[in-house]
Design a protein around this ligand. Sequence first.
Ligand code: ADP
Ligand code: AMP
Length: 224
Amino acid sequence: MNLVLFGPPGSGKGTQAERLRNKWKLRHISTGDLLREAVAAKSELGQRVESVLASGQLVSDDIILGLMRDAILAVKKDATLSGWLLDGFPRTVGQAKGLDALLAETGSRIDAIVVLDATRDAVIERLSGRRTCTQCKTVYHVKYNPTRVDGVCDKCGGKVVQREDDRPETIARRLDVYEAQTRPILAHYEGRVATNVIDGDLPVDDVTAKIERVLHSPGGRTAA
Ligand code: ADP
Ligand code: AMP
């Protein structure tokens, strides 16, 4: 099964992806995580994109489509996986068209799009309070999901910090970019891919339960 988790920054895509991936045997592919890994590794790609991430703007479609091509082909070769779970991609109409071409080439399809529809106030509060482990990347929230010991990851003991782009000015820019460049993509899939809108303002467990329900319902997935 191939899924796209769609929604503004802070709507809970990464949180839900972590819960869905094991159960459905999916590879969680987050373009944001891939780019942050490149920045941390100081690779050539990382050096090219570092300032773009810090500013809250989007990295070019060419770079993103190159990363996704490798990631999707790797899943195709891995017999232990049943598909992928995209988080933070596609983010522009150009990326959606590039993904169409990649799917046609590999004989795959998107089985469902899950839209986490969260209000601006909710996502601002979540992004402002989000903290991330620098080592294992587990995501916390100072209020909704705090670490047991301040600044220390419960899972691996790594240092838990605030992401550079989770600061107020950058959060506002990222939400504006989402409205201008990413939300319009949904029209691209209308009538072609089953699209399920879920209230992303609900507590984490309720959102997971609703996603599970649509994935099990006959209309929740794209007809063959
Ligand atoms: P995204 O991947 O869409 O940017 P995250 O999954 O990283 O979003 O979630 C953003 C922040 O909000 C994190 O700190 C996470 O712990 C918290 N969070 C996620 N889902 C919920 C929810 N349903 N209710 C409250 N907080 C949430
Ligand atoms: P995210 O972790 O999804 O919130 O992404 C963090 C940042 O990485 C974004 O603000 C962009 O700068 C960059 N990014 C992640 N995914 C994409 C994408 N699909 N297209 C362009 N830029 C991206």
